[in-house]
Design a protein around this ligand. Structure first.
Ligand code: HPA
Ligand code: ZN
Length: 326
């Protein structure tokens, strides 16, 4: 197993059907599905929104700090098997606030487990607060203010949820506030939205990484810029297939993205919903696209270099990958 950094992962998207049922029972929540098969039958998505509807609905089972901790622990155990040695984990605080769950509950539940992830699972981690772009910037500003006031252990902010119609520029003040607070900045762009959203995320928000970014391939000038500036794109192949951003894995632009020299990595996005974790993404890429050992090592090295881990940690993981020096 190659040592990799997972840079694009929504912790709520790691809730496996079995855990959804277990937490529902623990919390006395009546799910709208009678059994696992009925739930699994809903994992047939037509676009991003059809997935988001189920993703937000299933979060209803997350009620206590313990629930958030159990979900996080389950992800780390599975990620360790997948070769993940460093993980930058997004959570959606606004989705929990909307259900009446406090910031303290969700942040503490996740971060209490992340605090010992390196000792317990060999995975260094950091936490990213992602903001829902289909809500207002005022809502995001209030939540970020609260996170900063409570000294939540977050290293970055991100931007997720329904992309089309919610361009990055809508969140200019939010990203300025996060930058002033010393946080790293990332945003989903160019998943379903046009290449212009990638440009806006870079120029208006000042992000350091783009989540997805696959639609950059429609704009040769943008590709040239992304290569020249070595902007990391956290690509999620199985997610793109399941949300129909691409027709099939065989038609995924990843090989071309590598060939033109883009800084791409492979990530799982919402592994419980999209058919697998990072190792599953790599296996299918190898089987379907014939991805070479050379390219797999390059993807792993890109992921480590594009992370917000300390220089020492990056050097340690690159050495494991077979690189001496940086
Ligand atoms: N895209 C946008 N928002 C999301 C996703 C995604 O893939 N997963 C969870 N929230
Ligand atoms: Zn995502």
């Amino acid at each position: 197993m190659l040592p990799v950094a997972e840079l694009h992962l929504h912790i709520e998207g790691t809730l496996e059907p079995e855990l959804i049922f277990a937490l529902a029972e623990r919390n006395g929540i009546q799910l709208p599905y009678a059994n696992l098969d009925e739930l699994r039958a809903r994992y047939e998505f037509t676009d991003l929104q059809s997935f988001l509807d189920l993703y937000y609905a299933n979060m209803s089972v997350l009620q206590t700090e313990q629930d958030f901790a159990d979900m996080t622990r389950a992800y780390l155990a599975r990620a360790a098997q997948a070769g993940v040695r460093h993980a930058e984990i997004m959570m959606d605080p606004q989705a929990h606030l909307a259900r009446g769950i406090s910031l303290e509950t969700c942040v503490k539940g996740v971060s209490s487990v992340l605090a010992t992830s390196e000792q317990e699972f060999g995975i260094s981690t950091l936490l990213i607060a992602a903001f829902l772009r289909d809500l207002s910037e005022e809502s995001a500003l209030a939540v970020l203010e609260h996170l900063l006031a409570m000294e939540a252990p977050i290293s970055a902010i991100g931007l997720d949820s329904a992309e089309v119609g919610n361009p990055p520029a809508k969140f200019e003040r939010l990203f300025a506030m996060a930058r002033d607070a010393g946080l790293h900045l990332i945003a989903h762009a160019g998943e379903e939205g046009p290449p212009e959203y990638i440009v806006e995320a870079l120029d208006v928000l000042g992000v350091e990484r783009i989540d997805h970014g696959i639609r950059c391939m429609e704009d040769p000038a943008l590709v040239e810029r992304l290569v020249a500036e070595w902007v990391p794109l956290t690509v999620c192949p199985l997610s793109n297939v399941r949300l129909r951003a691409v027709d099939s894995l065989a038609k995924h632009p990843l090989p071309e993205m590598l060939a033109v020299g883009l800084n791409v990595s492979v990530n799982s996005d919402d592994p419980a919903y999209f058919g697998g974790y990072v190792d599953d993404n790599f296996t299918e890429l190898q089987e379907v696209l014939g991805l070479s050992e050379f390219d797999r090592v390059r993807l792993a090295s890109n992921s480590i270099r594009s992370s917000f881990a300390s220089e020492e940690r990056k050097a340690e993981l690159l050495a494991e990958l077979g690189y001496s020096g940086a």
